[in-house]
Ligand binder design. Structure first.
Ligand code: ZN
Length: 414
């Protein structure tokens, strides 16, 4: 087989295009494959498809997959045509998408690598610039979003995730069953979530059964405004309730520890993380000390026990059982003289129906937590994102369940 035929087959170059020359440049470690457009007469305008005359040609080059470690470049004189209606237009080529300096197969390789490694690592690995790799990522997401037909899902989860600095957030909406991010919006206001609901028709929105979220006013307001019978669908998940209670325990501990230390009592010193985790997860040595600590007449132990007791609500299979547990718990919590706990107790009371919704529907946001972990990992490996659109696209690239590959890949022979 001639090398030109071999490359025609590897590259998926089909008539009217043909491979005319393969040049191996040993000194620069590069293979250049020259491709030519054979047809001289019948050319068509890429915009409207009507017959158009050849105007001139332009030399263009595309980086392709390496051939046995050799950097491989496709080069072609690409005809431009003059269409009476659209003017002078460059013909599109079957091996690459317009505007890309890479063949579709090479872009697919970059996309595969980007799933595994950071932009910087992929750039280094494939000998590309950061901007080139970023360009592939941005194009991939744009392509994926254009192809996507967003369908309404039964179980939604919405949460904020921090962007760059403290107090800067984006809102992430995910399909809790598929674990796919459907929507990323700036900030954590009502609009951020409302914009998602606005993409659907009323009949579609009626199919949503659950929206899991934190007890966060703007998300509640957006859901109440968009969904019919939203009161029965908003679900405040266990994770967020536990988080608020955990923060309250931590606040109680901080205050008490300070008071104790002023008296020279170091009982609580160095115990911060013990109170934050489930006792089963403590190392053995710490567990023994923690066990003693819990039995002491400390405000912190009382706060901690209240938190653990509240968690029993989630053990109840029945709405009314869970409600009874809450009522007993609430009367104790509100008399506890622990301000941070009382504050969360009132918050839980205000949101009780939504918490019971979550318990009864067995809504867990394990999926959303997993998504959040991946997002924070992306932030770390990117060492921060320069802009929110970049952050958004990185989330959609990795978690959006999008069809990211260039279309030309599927027409190729290889
Ligand atoms: Zn035209």
């Amino acid at each position: 087989m001639r090398d030109t035929d071999l490359y025609a087959q590897i590259l998926g170059v089909e008539s009217p295009w043909r491979v005319t020359e393969v040049e191996l440049r040993l000194s620069s470690g590069e293979v250049e494959v020259r491709v030519e457009h054979g047809a001289s007469g019948a050319l068509a305008c890429p915009e409207c498809g009507s017959a158009a005359k050849r105007y001139d040609t332009r030399l263009r080059r595309w980086r392709h997959l390496p051939t046995c470690q050799y950097r491989t470049v496709l080069a072609a004189e690409v005809p431009r045509v003059r269409c009476p209606q659209h003017g002078v237009k460059t013909l599109s080529v079957p091996w690459s998408e317009p505007g890309s300096g890479f063949t579709a197969l090479f872009e697919a390789l970059v996309i595969d690598w980007l799933r595994e490694a950071s932009i910087l690592a992929v750039a280094r690995l494939l000998g590309l610039t950061w901007d080139e790799v970023d360009g592939v990522l941005q194009r991939a997401v744009r392509r994926g979003l254009e192809r996507r037909q967003l369908k309404v899902v039964r179980r939604l989860g919405v949460d904020e995730t921090s962007f760059q600095k403290r107090h800067e957030y984006v809102t992430v909406v995910a399909d809790l069953e598929g674990g796919v991010v459907q929507h990323v919006a700036d900030g954590r206001g009502k609009e951020a979530l409302a914009a998602y609901f606005e993409t659907f028709a009323e009949e579609e929105l009626a199919q949503v059964e659950t929206v899991a979220m934190d007890m966060w006013g703007p998300y509640i307001a957006a859901t109440l405004a968009a969904l019919p019978d939203a009161e029965s669908k908003i679900a405040f998940d266990k994770f967020h309730v536990a988080m608020h209670l955990g923060n309250a325990v931590d606040r109680v501990r901080r205050e008490e520890s300070q008071v104790l230390q002023e008296r020279g009592d170091e009982t609580l010193k160095g115990t911060r993380h013990w109170w934050l985790y489930h006792p089963d997860r403590l190392p053995k040595k710490a567990a023994a000390r923690f066990d003693q600590l819990v039995r002491k007449a400390l405000k912190t132990s009382r706060a901690w026990m209240l938190k653990e007791l509240a968690m029993e609500m989630w053990e109840q299979p029945d709405r009314e059982d869970a409600r009874r547990i809450f009522q007993a718990w609430y009367s104790w919590a509100i008399r506890s003289r622990l301000q941070p706990i009382k504050r969360v107790a009132r918050m839980i009371k205000r949101h009780l129906e939504g918490i019971l919704n979550a318990i009864v529907a067995a809504v867990t946001n394990a999926r959303l937590e997993g998504i959040n972990t991946v997002i924070q990992g992306l932030k770390r490996s990117a060492r921060g994102f320069r802009s929110r659109p970049r952050f958004r696209n990185a989330i959609l690239f990795h978690l959006g369940g999008l069809d990211l590959y260039p279309a030309a890949v599927f027409h190729s022979n290889s």
